[in-house]
Design a protein. Structure first.
Lengths: 113, 114
């Protein structure tokens, strides 16, 4: 059972357009992170959201944590070719006192120049 | 100056062989992890060590045996390799195992079992 479903799975848009990626779950997370992974490399952290309803901005990227801490979204404004990559949401779940990071199914984003 | 390094980068081997992947972090972190990323890019935790002690062991076959000789190293040994073990294996580290900590990932080891 996949705890974190991301949509869309694939997204290909023109440079300059806006887009939103969704991360949904039936589980409640103590915090949630978004990572970006480029080919041949490991994921790199973009943001951590902790409070339900929290909104964080990172230049053209806006991240939102759902009020119930079960879902999140990533909105990119005026997408650029450098935004191309695999975007992964990941939620922390308590595991017998230790926190386990569970990754989403991923969204592969391609920005066409 | 690499924060988390893994060796080898690529590993091609025959079914039934035994192989090891090494990981080192120079960030001074207490916690290290092994993840497996399959062909669909799904990333799943396998093990986590904190201060050289195993704290997370997902339902991984016992052919996989992690070893942490010290806080800076976490190696992964795999016995009797199977076709289904083919994947990219990522090592990662974080300051501690608590929620919200940033995990720093290595570049990955692409394992191909023939």
């Amino acid at each position: 059972t996949q705890l974190l479903e991301q949509s869309p799975q694939f997204l290909s848009i023109q440079e300059g357009e806006n887009l939103t990626v969704y991360c949904n779950s039936s589980s409640v997370f103590s915090s949630l992170q978004w990572y970006r992974q480029e080919p041949g490399e490991g994921p790199v952290l973009l943001v951590t959201v902790v409070t339900g309803g929290e909104v964080k901005k990172l230049k053209r990227l806006t991240f939102q944590f759902g009020d119930a801490r079960k879902d999140s979204s990533l909105h990119i404004t005026a997408a650029q070719p450098g935004d191309t990559g695999l975007y992964l949401c990941a939620g922390f779940i308590s595991n017998f006192g230790n926190e386990k990071l569970t990754f989403g199914t991923g969204t592969r984003l391609t920005i066409i120049p | 100056d690499t924060a988390v390094s893994q060796t080898p980068k690529y590993l091609v081997t025959q079914m039934g062989n035994d192989k090891s992947i090494k990981c080192e972090q120079n960030l001074g972190h207490d916690t290290m992890y092994w993840y497996k990323q399959d062909s669909k890019k799904f990333l799943k935790i396998m093990f986590s060590y904190n201060n050289k002690e195993l704290i997370i062991n997902e339902t991984v076959p016992n052919r996989f045996s992690p070893k942490s000789p010290d806080k800076a190293h976490l190696n992964l040994h795999i016995n009797s390799l199977e076709l289904g073990d083919s994947a990219v294996y990522f090592c990662a580290s974080s300051q501690n195992p608590g929620p919200g900590n940033e995990q720093f990932f290595g570049p990955g080891t692409r394992l191909t079992v023939l």
